[in-house]
Design a protein around this ligand. Structure first.
Ligand SMILES: Nc1ncnc2c1ncn2[C@@H]1O[C@H](COP(=O)(O)OP(=O)(O)OP(=O)(O)O)[C@@H](O)[C@H]1O
Ligand SMILES: [Mg+2]
Length: 244
């Protein structure tokens, strides 16, 4: 139960000559959900991209299931089981939802496509209902769900989610959180960045807090949730938060 899926050791990462995330260390255990909290521009997306390999790693080590992966390109990391759902909209807006899901299967053997698509439409019935809808005509939130489904088709063992509930109605946010929880109970390790900090902390085992690219705090989600500094900065009483 205590096997680390991912270990970050003093990761410094960013873009060009600009390190954004600095000296960041963390350990994610198998089957756990960790939420990464931080203000706008803190470097949360930058850290997820560093784990997936789409930006520059200046120094530090990234171990995935005990293998150093920091020199591997993103597709090699994907092959090993790292799935990344970036912030934003879907990739193939002019195709139907069903066609998008078929595209998402392209690295799987043909014999597994139908089962993989059935599995994710089971997780997100909405996608089955909208199979013939052009993906670009769905709401932003629905497109976000499609993106998550596309990555889940490949059965990752580590799932990196950047703002999965952004733009979703409270009901759909709750659905996404419940789904993330369900995914983790199947043994998948999840690292999630969320604007709905309260909702994310409620489904998470642990939390990492980043300020200006550095780790500011970490601990069990239940403890971080009650920390006065976190309450003040991210769960502020004067800010209306959507409960999951
Ligand atoms: N592609 C890029 N090239 C250069 N700098 C970038 C790039 N993406 C982000 N940055 C810079 O890195 C810093 C951190 O950005 P990042 O997107 O990681 O923040 P974030 O914590 O995800 O913020 P948000 O909550 O707004 O999504 C910002 O100053 C941003 O300008
Ligand atoms: Mg971001």
């Amino acid at each position: 139960m205590n096997l680390p899926t991912l270990e970050l050791a003093s990761v410094t990462a960013g873009y060009g000559n600009n390190p954004i995330v600095r000296d960041f260390s963390a350990r994610l255990e198998a089957g756990t959900i960790t939420t990464l909290i931080g203000g706008n521009g803190a470097g949360k997306s930058t850290l997820l991209r560093a784990i997936y390999g789409t930006n520059r790693l200046f120094s530090g080590k990234i171990l995935f299931q005990d293998e150093a992966i920091e020199y591997l390109p993103p597709w090699e990391r994907l092959k090993r089981g790292i799935g990344f759902v970036p912030q934003g909209r879907c990739n193939f807006p002019a195709m139907s939802v069903g066609e998008n899901l078929k595209m998402g299967c392209y690295t799987l053997p043909a014999a597994r496509h139908a089962t993989a698509i059935d599995r994710v439409t089971g997780l997100f019935p909405l996608l089955g209902e909208k199979r013939r809808t052009e993906a670009g005509n769905m709401s932003g939130g629905e497109q976000q769900v499609l993106e998550m489904a596309m990555v889940l088709l490949l059965e990752p063992s580590l799932l990196l989610l950047d703002e999965p509930s952004l733009g979703l109605s409270p009901k759909m946010q709750a659905d996404v959180f419940a789904t993330v929880r369900r995914i983790a109970t199947t043994g998948v390790t999840v690292l999630v960045v969320e604007q709905n900090v309260r909702g994310a902390l409620l489904i998470s085992d642990r939390a990492l807090v980043m300020e200006q690219g550095r780790k500011f705090m970490e601990g069990p989600a239940a403890e971080v949730r009650t920390d006065p500094r976190i309450r003040q900065a991210y769960l502020g009483g004067n800010i209306q938060q959507t409960a999951a």
